[in-house]
Design a protein around this ligand. Sequence first.
Ligand SMILES: Nc1ncnc2c1ncn2[C@@H]1O[C@H](COP(=O)(O)OP(=O)(O)O)[C@@H](O)[C@H]1O
Ligand SMILES: [Mg+2]
Length: 396
Amino acid sequence: MQEALDFLTITDREAVDRLTATLFSHHLLIVGQTGSGKTTTTLSLLGQLQQLNQTAIILDPTGEYTKLPNAITYRLGDNCYLEAGKLTVDQLLTTLQLQVDPGLQAKLWQAVTDLQIQHNIQDAPGIYRRLGRSLADYQADENQLGAWASDFPVRDLFAQLIEEFVVPFADDRADYTCLGQQYDRATINHYWPLLTAIHDQLASPTFRALFDIDHHAGTMKSELNFILKMFLHHRSSHRTLVVDLSLLKDYEESQRLIISLLLKEILRLRLHDNAGFPVNVIIDEAHRYLPKDERDLADNGIFQLVREGRKLDLKMILTTQSPLDLPARLRSQFSDLLVHRLLDQAEIASLPSAGLTLQDAGALPVGQAALCVFGEAPTLVKVNLPEWRKAGGHRD
Ligand SMILES: Nc1ncnc2c1ncn2[C@@H]1O[C@H](COP(=O)(O)OP(=O)(O)O)[C@@H](O)[C@H]1O
Ligand SMILES: [Mg+2]
């Protein structure tokens, strides 16, 4: 019979039954210093979850999980993309790692709206011309724009942004019934450094790939939110989904935001349609993707999923080097821990586990851990390498 804890070697046989009952029913935090075996343990655990027919979604910022067998893998920029219309202007700017003043932000918001009109209401290519257009015309178009019509061609955003600077003539030819008659060149010049920064970022290979700006007809790429929706709705024969976000590996702010948004989307989809099977959500080195400012924690997808996921059958598996890198409010949500080598008393003291000592945790060799289930004494375990790792040797 398939044992639920085959990925571990546990000498204390009596502990096995108790641990089996609880381990896969709570969020799990895997901690330990770099090189202590967290990623390997998570890969082994995922192999175990596959054998138990459990569903898992790995948001993988580094691409380390793409080697996992029997998984569906989507690689951002390769066979999947993010639809820019899913982002607010604020979020779009964060994704591009750009900061602009409120004046330009308003223009950007207007440009996105206008492209949405052009694309969804006018059903025409290119930008939405404001020059010479009557206010009444514009009003009518804007009124038609529903919340459903959010997508827009990002490739035209810069050109549209320039169009947002049209104003009436400044003399007695001024016609105040139209959006504009000339470009406000002084203001365009004022914003020129920021405008070109937006242009350059959108023209860079990374963001072209992220938003699928060079879309070629006939190529099959899926939208990230759509992938999650399909995966959560149809329990496919493949129960493991890896979303490789390494396209953005040099853009930590973007990764943080996109991970947060995807987790919120998972929560939203589950609230809407709880298909009735548990889903494990995995993020390695999670501390990197938490907000720098703890006041932003409540709005972060990792925190929300940990706090609200349980009742929706969503279980979070996080790894982190030091438990102190996680805000206490997040740490305290985890009752199950796999503790690899830790060398700091303060780190051990921060864990909600009874009886784990620095002596124990500091002496753990690579691949060994203390399994701490709430209210019980820690059990020493050895993590078995997954079969595919044993067979193929090391492929790091
Ligand atoms: N259970 C294990 N058995 C054998 N080797 C292991 C085990 N866990 C980790 N290792 C080895 O130790 C190294 C570091 O492991 P890794 O999982 O990358 O650590 P971390 O994610 O904590 O930095 C890797 O080369 C890996 O092959
Ligand atoms: Mg690792």
